[in-house]
Design a protein around this ligand. Structure first.
Ligand code: CP3
Length: 652
C-alpha cells in the first residue's frame, strides 16, 4: 500500500516551481496549498549597494569586508550593472579586501581581484576581527571607512566591535529576494497554520522561512506562528533551510536525503502521518504539564483577589458595598478606541491577534470603570475549527459556509481540540489577565449549544429558525449528535479559557427564546446543563438568554450560578421565580443608552431601587450594547450605578 499524505493539508512556499510543487503534493494524496514566499529583487532596489559603488570609486572607502557568497555575487552584479568593469577592478585593487569564506573568495577572484585576505576556519565574524586586530596592513582601524557587505540581518556584534575601534562602518545590505508582490497567499498560509488548518509544511529554501516570519511580524503573530508548528510536520529540503528553521526555534521533523523537491515531497508523504501522530502526542503531554502549572498559578491568583471582587462576590450571592456592573459587548464599535484598531484590521484578524484582542479587552474595562472585563472574541470562532467557514462582512452580520442540515452534515463536523485551534483565544486571555488590574476579574465566554447549533444550521441570524427546528423535530438522532459534539467542544474550550486565566465564564444563548418550554426542556436543557456541570468547580458560571421569561424555572435547572435576563421580564419578579439562591444579572434595555445621560440615570435608579441592594445582583443590560450608543452614556451609567447603589447600602 502506498503511504501518502492521506488528505492532510500540506502548505509549501515554493515560488518558481509552484505548479510542480502543487502537482507533487496532489500525486501523494495531499491537499496542496502553495503560497509563494519570494520574488527576485530587481538589482535597482539595492540603492545602498549603488551608493557603496560611488563611494568606492571616489576613494572614500579604505577596506571592504565580504561576508557571504550569495551576497557577494549579488553585490558584484549590482556594481557591474552600474559601473565600468575596469574602474571597479582598479578601485578594489586600491583598498583592502577581506573574504570571509571560500565562496566570496571565488566570486572576487572571478572579477579579477587578486589581493584578497581570506579568513581562517571556522570563519565567523570573530576571525574577521582577529585578522583586523593582527594584520599589519591595518595598523589602526580608527578613522577608516569600512564597507561591510551583509545579507539578511546585520551582524550587530561585528559592527559594534568595529565601531568600538574607531572605524566608520558603511553597511551594504544586498537583496537577492524580496516578498512577492501579492502576499495574500502567504498571509493566508500563516493564518491557516495558526488556526490549525494545515498539518504539514514544506520549505524548499531558507529565505522562505524568514519571509514567512516577516509576514507574521507585520501582523504581530510571530509567537503564535512559532507555536503553531508544534502541531505541524515541518520538512526541510537541505541543511541551510534546516538552519534557518532552527534559527526561528522550530523543530525540523524531516530533512530530505537529497535536496530536490521530488525527494522532499516523497519522503515527507511517506512519514507524515506517523510524524504528525508523534508530534501531537508530545504536544499533548507538554500542554498537560503546562496546564497543570498554569492552573496552580491561576488558583493562587484567584485566591488572592477574587474573594474581594464585588463581581465575584455577587456571583456567589455574597453582600457588597455597591452593585457591581459590567456590560455585554462592552468592547465594540460604539467606542472610538475600538474603531481605530478596526480601521486597520478585520474583525476576524483582531480576534486572532492576541495582543490586539487583549488591548481591546483591557481598554474597554479601564475606560468604562466597570467591575469585570470580558475577553474580546466571538461566539462563532469555534465554528471554524469544527470545519465550517465563518465571515463577518460589514453590516449584514456573520455568515457561515458549509451549513449543517442533515445527519451526514453532522458527521463531517470535527470535534474541537481548542489547545490546537483556538490557542489564540487562550493567549488573548493570558495577555488580558496580565494587562488588567488584579481586582478586575476576567470573564471567558462561548456561545451556548443551542445558539451555536442555530448558526450552524441557519447560516446566520434569522427570524423563524425554520431549519433549526426542522432538524430538531425531524431527526432527533442528528440533533443529539450535533448538540453532544458542540457541548464536548465547549467544555474543553471554556476550561481552557479558565486555565489561561478567566475567572468566570458566560454562556450566550441569545436565540434560545424562539423555543417553547417543552422544546427547551427536551432538546436544549440537558446539553446546557452538561456543559455547566463540567466547568471547573469554583468558577462562577453565567447563563444568558433572551426571550425566555416563559420558562425561567427551566433556565434555573441549567445549574448556572448567575442567570442573565433581558428587559422583557421584571427583574424582581424574575428573581423571585428563580429563587434567591442564584445570582441575577441584568436587565436594562440597551436602547435606554441611546437617550440622554439624565434618562440613563433615572432608569438605572429605578432598577436599583426595585432590587433594594439584594446580594447577588450584577447590573448589566438585557442584551449587548448597540453600535450607535454614545460612550458618555455608558460611562455615566457605570458611575451612577456605583454611586446610587453605594448610597442605598448606606441608607439600609
Ligand atoms: O462583550 C464584549 O465586549 C466581548 C466581545 C463579544 C463579541 N461578540 C464581539 C463582536 C461578545 C461577547 C460576542 C458574543 C456574540 N457574538 C453573541 C452573543 C451575544 C449577543 O449579542 O447575543 C452573538 C450572537 C455573536 C455573533 C455575532 N458576532 C454577531 C451577530 C455579530 C454582528 C452583529 C454585531 O453585533 O456587530 C458579530 C460581530 C461582532 N462580535 C462584533 C463584535 C465587536 C462587531 C464586529 C465589527 O467590528 O464589525
Amino acid at each position: 500500500m502506498k503511504l501518502g499524505f492521506q488528505n492532510l493539508r500540506v502548505v509549501a512556499f515554493e515560488s518558481r516551481n509552484s505548479g510542480k510543487m502543487r502537482e507533487l503534493i496532489s500525486q501523494h494524496d495531499g491537499l496542496a496549498q502553495v503560497a509563494p514566499a519570494m520574488a527576485e529583487a530587481p538589482l535597482e532596489e539595492n540603492v545602498r549597494a549603488i551608493q557603496f559603488g560611488q563611494r568606492l570609486l571616489k576613494g572614500e572607502i579604505s577596506l571592504v569586508i565580504f561576508m557571504t557568497g550569495v551576497g557577494t555575487q549579488t553585490l558584484i552584479k549590482v556594481l557591474e550593472k552600474n559601473f565600468d568593469h575596469q574602474e571597479l577592478r582598479d578601485a578594489f585593487s586600491r583598498v583592502g579586501v577581506i573574504a570571509r569564506g571560500p565562496k566570496p573568495l571565488e566570486t572576487l577572484r572571478n572579477l579579477g581581484i587578486s589581493k584578497i585576505i581570506s579568513i581562517s576556519e571556522p570563519s565567523t565574524w570573530k576571525e574577521v576581527l582577529d585578522i583586523l586586530d593582527t594584520n599589519k596592513s591595518f595598523p589602526k582601524l580608527s578613522g577608516l571607512t569600512i564597507g561591510l557587505q551583509e545579507s539578511g540581518n546585520p551582524n550587530y556584534s561585528l559592527v559594534k566591535e568595529l565601531k568600538a575601534r574607531g572605524a566608520i562602518v558603511f553597511q551594504v545590505p544586498v537583496y537577492r529576494w524580496t516578498l512577492p508582490v501579492d502576499t495574500k497567499p502567504l498571509k493566508k498560509a500563516m493564518s491557516d497554520l495558526i488556526s490549525g488548518n494545515c498539518q504539514v509544511a514544506l520549505f524548499t529554501n531558507s529565505v522562505q522561512v524568514s519571509h514567512l516570519f516577516q509576514i507574521a511580524e507585520q501582523y504581530h503573530q510571530r509567537d503564535s506562528l512559532r507555536r503553531s508548528f508544534s502541531n505541524v510536520v515541518t520538512a526541510s529540503i537541505g541543511p541551510s533551510c534546516t538552519k534557518a528553521l532552527k534559527r526561528e526555534q522550530l523543530e525540523v521533523d524531516l530533512q530530505s536525503a537529497k535536496p530536490t523537491m521530488d525527494q522532499l515531497v516523497q519522503e515527507t508523504a511517506l512519514h507524515s502521518t506517523k510524524l504528525l501522530a508523534n508530534k501531537r502526542q508530545t504536544e499533548q503531554t507538554r500542554i498537560k504539564v503546562k496546564l497543570k502549572e498554569e492552573n496552580n498559578l491561576t488558583l493562587k491568583q484567584n485566591c488572592n483577589h477574587l474573594n474581594s471582587s464585588p463581581f465575584i462576590r455577587a456571583c456567589r450571592c455574597q453582600p457588597n458595598n455597591f452593585t457591581p456592573i459590567w456590560l455585554m459587548r462592552q468592547a465594540g464599535r460604539y467606542m472610538e478606541e475600538y474603531q481605530a484598531i478596526r480601521s486597520k484590521t478585520s474583525f476576524l484578524e483582531l480576534c486572532k491577534t492576541p495582543d490586539l484582542a487583549a488591548e481591546v479587552t483591557v481598554t474597554a474595562a479601564h475606560r468604562l470603570g466597570v467591575d469585570a472585563a470580558i475577553i474580546f472574541a466571538d461566539i462563532l470562532l469555534i465554528l471554524e475549527p469544527m470545519g465550517l467557514g465563518v465571515s463577518f462582512d460589514g453590516e449584514s452580520g456573520p455568515s457561515i459556509q458549509g451549513l449543517i442540515r442533515s445527519h451526514s452534515d453532522v458527521s463531517r463536523l470535527r470535534e474541537v481540540n481548542p489547545q490546537e485551534s483556538l490557542s489564540f483565544v487562550f493567549e488573548a486571555v493570558r495577555k488580558s489577565r496580565a494587562g488588567l488590574q488584579s481586582k478586575i476579574p476576567l470573564i471567558g465566554f462561548s456561545g451556548a449549544p443551542f445558539t451555536l447549533a442555530s448558526y450552524m444550521i441557519e447560516g446566520g441570524g434569522v427570524k423563524n429558525y425554520r431549519y433549526t427546528k426542522g432538524l430538531m423535530y425531524r431527526d432527533s438522532g442528528a440533533w443529539k449528535a450535533l448538540m453532544e459534539l458542540i457541548s464536548r467542544s465547549l467544555i474543553k474550550y471554556l476550561n481552557g479559557q479558565i486555565a489561561a486565566g478567566a475567572q468566570a465564564v458566560q454562556l450566550f444563548d441569545s436565540w434560545v427564546g424562539c423555543l417553547s418550554p417543552e422544546d427547551y426542556k427536551q432538546w436544549v436543557l440537558p446539553y446546557t446543563r452538561y456543559v455547566i456541570e463540567n466547568i471547573q468547580p469554583g468558577i462562577p458560571t453565567i447563563y444568558f438568554s433572551t426571550g425566555t421569561s416563559g420558562y425561567l424555572e427551566l433556565i434555573k435547572k441549567t445549574g448556572a450560578h448567575v442567570i442573565s435576563v433581558d428587559w422583557r421580564v421584571n427583574l424582581v419578579q424574575a428573581w423571585s421565580r428563580l429563587g434567591r439562591n442564584v445570582a441575577i444579572q441584568g436587565n436594562m434595555d440597551p436602547l435606554v443608552l441611546l437617550t440622554t445621560p439624565d434618562i440613563v440615570t433615572s432608569r438605572a435608579k429605578e432598577l436599583l431601587d426595585s432590587v433594594q441592594g439584594q446580594p447577588g445582583h450584577i447590573f448589566n443590560l438585557g442584551h449587548g450594547i448597540l453600535p450607535q450608543t454614545p460612550v458618555e452614556n455608558v460611562i455615566r451609567l457605570v458611575e451612577e450605578v456605583h454611586e446610587i447603589s453605594n448610597l442605598s447600602s448606606l441608607n439600609n
